[in-house]
Design a binder for this molecule. Sequence first.
Ligand code: IPM
Ligand code: MG
Length: 359
Amino acid sequence: MSLNICLLPGDGIGPEIMAQAVKIMDVTAKAFGFTVATSEALLGGAAIDAAGTPLPEATVAACTAADAVLLGAVGGPKWDNIEKSIRPERGLLGIRKAMGLFANLRPATLFDELRHACLLRADIAAQGLDVLIVRELTGGIYFGEPKGEETKDGERRAFNTMVYAESEIERIARVAFEAARKRRGKLCSVDKANVLDVSQLWREVVIRTAKDYPDVELSHMYVDNAAMQLVRAPHQFDVMVTGNLFGDILSDEAAVITGSIGMLPSASLGSSGPGLYEPIHGSAPDIAGQDKANPLATILSVAMMLRHSLDMAAPAEAIEAAARAVLKEGWRTGDIMQEGAKLVGCEKMGSLVAERIAK
Ligand code: IPM
Ligand code: MG
C-alpha cells in the first residue's frame, strides 16, 4: 500500500514540526510495511510571500489529489497588517471550504503524565477530562451572507450573518452521534437557543436526528453555560457538537485547560475525499526556528490521519503508544517542562518517538 500525503508546513514553527511528522511517517511506514509519498504545497504567509495569495490554486489541486493532508500552522506578525482579503487566515478558511471539510474533530484529553500541567483545581483534574469537540467548519457566521460594512446615518456599521440550513446541521450532528457511539455514548449539543433563531433550528434538527441514534444519550446546553461547565466539571462531557463560532471558542478553552496545547491533534473531514489533519496550536512565531517547538501534536495528528482517513488503526496506535512512552520516560519540550524532567528540543523529541516506533 502506498499513501500520497500532501504537506502544508505553513508559517512559524510549521516547517520544523512538519519535519518531525515526516520522520514519524517514514519510520511507521517501514515498521508496518507500507510506503508514503509526500508532496508539499504553500498555504498562509508562506504562500503570500511566494505567490501573493494565501491559497494558491496549485495548493487546492495538490490537496484534493492526495489521500490526506497534513498541515503545520499559518500566520504570524509579518502578515498582521496585510489587507484583510489576503490574510494568512483566509488561506485556512479557503482550504476548508474548497475541500468541503465541514466536520472538525478536536479532542481535548488530559495525559496522565501531564496532569500537573492541567489548569484546573487538583480535585477537578482528578476526575479526568476527555472530551471530543465536533465543530461545524464550513458554515455559520464564518461564511454567512450578507456580510460586510456600510455607512448608515453618518456612521460605519459592519455585520455578519449566522445562518445554518437543516442539511448542514443534520450532517454535522450525524458525525457527532457516530463519534459518540465509538466513545462513551454521550452527546451534548451546544447552542444559544434561548436567544438565537438559528440555534432554535439547530436544536430542532439535532433532536430529530437523534431518533436514528437511540443508543446515544443526548443533552443540550447553552453556550455560556457550556463554557462554564468545561472548567467547573469537564468530566461530564464526552462528545460536544456545536456551530463554527461556538466551536472555535470552546475548543480553545477545552484545549488550554489540559495545560498541554502542544499535545493536541485535530481532524477536518468532508463527506468524501481527503481529510486535513493539524495540531490545534498556532504558528508560535516567538519560538520559530529555534528547535523549541513541541512536535507531539503534529505527530499525534499523523496518528489521527492514519486512523480516520486511511483505516490504519494499528500504526496509529503504535505512534500514540510511542509518544506516551517518551513522556513516561520523562522527556519534555519547554511548553510541558516540569521539575526533574529531561528538556529536549523539537528534533530530539521527534527522534525519541521515532526510535520507539522502530523498536
Ligand atoms: C482555528 C483558528 C481559525 C478559526 C482562524 C485562524 C481562522 O482559530 O482553527 O480555530 O477561527 O477557525
Ligand atoms: Mg480557533
